[in-house]
Design a protein around this ligand. Structure first.
Ligand SMILES: Nc1ncnc2c1ncn2[C@@H]1O[C@H](COP(=O)(O)OP(=O)(O)OP(=O)(O)O)[C@@H](O)[C@H]1O
Length: 615
């Protein structure tokens, strides 16, 4: 990540935003960090009539493979190049770093150098969504094609132009500096999937950098994409990971000690890689490019939100912000409002699901926010081990902890406010509509977060007090986030359990706690059992439900590191084994318990538990 660039001068496009306070999750409902002109007291149902849950379910279903019968060779993929056909492009095709105006992409080819590239791992389920025959991974030219050294027949490669706010400041043009899309494939279910090679060489957006990626960061991106998918969290996917056989120089700790590391390329797959910053860049360039914001919005709605295009306009739905002099707004008369609301809701839903599994993204810049509501860009991410709301996995984020675990809901709101401002600035939505979309973010986040936490505890209904007390206890005693919830399902809803036995099921995670803390936990478990006992759900059934939302296996940073250490020595077995484990995070997987262990002492150091953006 190249976030240390000097931000470009501000323009009318950049509104002043309130800074983000620390640890806002608990006060999220009262807190509205957005542009001052946006009132907040609106609450309405989704104007599209489609719930985000149903859309998310649909996204998940699209990736399911049970009824797959088509097995294609790479040459037989059905290509469609709508992005290039329908959107304005850069007339130049060189890779000289430059500002690319009035264009959504630049046509470029991979320039990566390879020497005996090797296939490290590949995802069977991603191959299936592309209808790709698994035998294709054995082809002698597979690694050449998926490192970018040989062109993929039928593809049409390009790099996208986008901008973004990095750490709260406008960074100007960023763009795909090392990711090259090789084209869009339409599968046998008429779903469109973009294939992108990350680390495939320079583009006009590479600025002063090399366009390459190293093996350690590529392993992390490959594994975490697939881990998130298996956890049920919307994400970009990863088809394959290949080494280039060449070395890439990186200063991992930015301390003036660069070293040569093995290079690698991940083939990422998503229905779209469009980000908030893909829209921001054009609005930031003034009047002349505002039309591109609309063109890109129309393109996105047509291909990725088609249900919005067909909103039944006869079923008018209006709302009022409740502000003085405010007129009611008919949401169905403006597809851009419906779209903005859906992007806001998907983002809220995504972040609620991150909070549920303890995922901390680490670099929630607006260029890393997908308009489809996918997790995108696996840089210095980390799953919580010992519960710490201020945990940030990003060493660059240490002074302010802007992107720490508990700030994510508010950063999501800050980011969506930038996206909504962009649409307002391009006159696609008015102020009331912008307001409404932001309010939907807040409401949707709270609804989903409460639902997630209620399910994690197996409660019959949300209990703010019980959950707040629990998180407080967990923070005080540094309890492992994943293992605690997994073990919690062993607590029996039996009001007659003697006090001294109440903590028995939680013993493996309540380590080294003194008498006073034991009492605090005993008191909490008693209240918990009281809440459970009213539900009438048998213990065994509740356990099954809780285990279906509380993973046993998550991709802890130290597990990644062990796989990286072996892979850097040329042994890819641990990457493959880990992939298999994280593909079934909610299953017990007898024999694999070691992958659910807490981080060992060696892992508590920068480079393992925390990472820089150097990748
Ligand atoms: N080695 C590199 N060469 C060229 N550009 C780079 C390099 N590393 C990062 N960038 C660019 O810096 C910007 C921000 O970096 P960030 O780490 O968010 O991106 P990334 O991990 O490369 O990409 P993505 O967001 O596509 O996963 C992006 O424009 C990215 O393309």
């Amino acid at each position: 990540m190249l976030s240390h660039l000097t931000p470009s001068p501000s323009t009318a496009f950049h509104r002043r935003l309130r800074p983000i306070p620390p640890h806002p999750t608990s006060k999220f409902s009262k807190f509205h960090p957005k542009t001052p002109s946006f009132p907040t007291n609106v609450s309405m149902e989704s104007p599209t009539g489609l719930s985000v849950d149903s859309i998310t379910d649909e996204l998940k279903k699209q990736s399911l493979s049970e009824d797959k019968v088509v097995k294609l060779k790479l040459e037989d993929l059905n290509w469609d190049h709508s992005f290039v056909r329908e959107l304005p492009g850069d007339p130049l095709t060189d890779v000289i770093p430059r500002q690319v105006f009035h264009a959504c992409y630049s046509k470029v080819s991979s320039s990566v150098q390879v020497k005996n590239p090797q296939l490290v791992a590949w995802s069977e389920s991603v191959a299936q969504i592309l209808d790709l025959d698994s035998k294709e991974f054995e082809r002698p030219d597979f690694t050449l094609i998926f490192s970018g050294a040989s062109a993929l027949a039928g593809g049409l490669s390009y790099a996208q132009c986008y901008g973004g706010h990095q750490f709260g400041r406008w960074a100007g043009q960023l763009g795909d500096g090392r990711a090259i899309t090789v084209g869009e494939v339409v599968n046998s279910k008429s779903q469109r999937w973009e294939l992108q090679l990350k680390g495939a060489g320079k583009t006009p957006y590479s600025r002063f950098a090399d366009g390459l990626a190293v093996l350690r960061s590529s392993i992390r991106e490959f594994l975490c994409s697939e881990a998130m998918y298996s956890l049920g969290i919307p994400t970009t996917r990863a088809l394959s990971l290949v080494t280039t056989g060449e070395y890439v120089r990186r200063d991992m700790f930015y301390d003036g000690n660069p070293k040569d590391e093995p290079g690698a390329v991940v083939c990422r797959v998503a229905q779209s890689f469009l980000r908030f910053g893909s829209f921001q860049i054009h609005a930031s360039r003034g009047e002349e490019d505002l039309e591109i914001v609309k063109t890109l919005a129309d393109y996105t709605i047509k291909h990725h939100f088609p249900h919005i295009e067909s909103i039944n306009k006869s079923e008018s739905l209006s709302f009022s912000t409740g502000q003085e002099n405010d007129s009611a707004v008919d949401l169905t008369s403006n597809i851009y409002t419906a779209w903005a609301v859906e992007v806001a809701e998907r983002t809220a839903s995504l972040i609620a699901s991150w909070q549920g599994v303890g995922f901390t993204h680490g670099v929630m810049n607006t260029d890393n926010m997908s308009v489809l509501g996918l997790t995108i860009d696996y840089g210095p991410f980390g799953f919580l081990d010992a519960f710490d709301p201020s945990f940030t996995p990003n060493t660059t984020d240490l002074p302010g902890r802007r992107y720490c675990f508990s700030n994510q809901p508010d950063v999501g709101l800050w980011n969506i406010a930038q996206f909504i401002s962009t649409l307002s600035f391009a006159d696609l939505i008015n102020e009331n509509e912008a307001d409404y979309a932001l309010e939907r973010y807040a409401t949707k986040f709270m609804d989903d977060y409460q639902a997630v936490m209620t399910k994690k505890l197996g409660l019959p209904k949300y209990s703010k007090e019980l959950i707040s007390k629990l998180l407080n206890n967990m923070a005080v005693d540094k309890v492992d986030y994943t293992n605690f919830f997994r073990l919690l399902s062993n607590v029996k809803a039996d009001l007659t359990t003697p006090d001294e036995e109440l903590l028995v099921p939680l013993k493996p995670v309540l380590l080294d706690i003194g008498q006073e803390r034991k009492e605090a936990w005993t008191s909490w478990v008693k209240t918990y059992i009281e809440e459970l006992s009213g539900s009438g759900v048998p213990d065994e059934d509740r356990k099954v439900l809780m285990n279906s939302v509380n993973p046993k296996y998550i991709l802890r940073n130290y597990l990644c590191q062990s796989a990286i250490d072996m892979a850097e020595q040329g042994d890819f077995e641990e990457v493959r084994r880990l992939l298999k484990v994280i593909e079934r995070p909610y299953d017990e997987q007898p024999g694999m318990e070691i992958y659910a262990h807490l981080p060992p002492a060696w892992a508590n150091r920068p480079g393992v538990s925390m990472l820089s953006c150097s990748s």
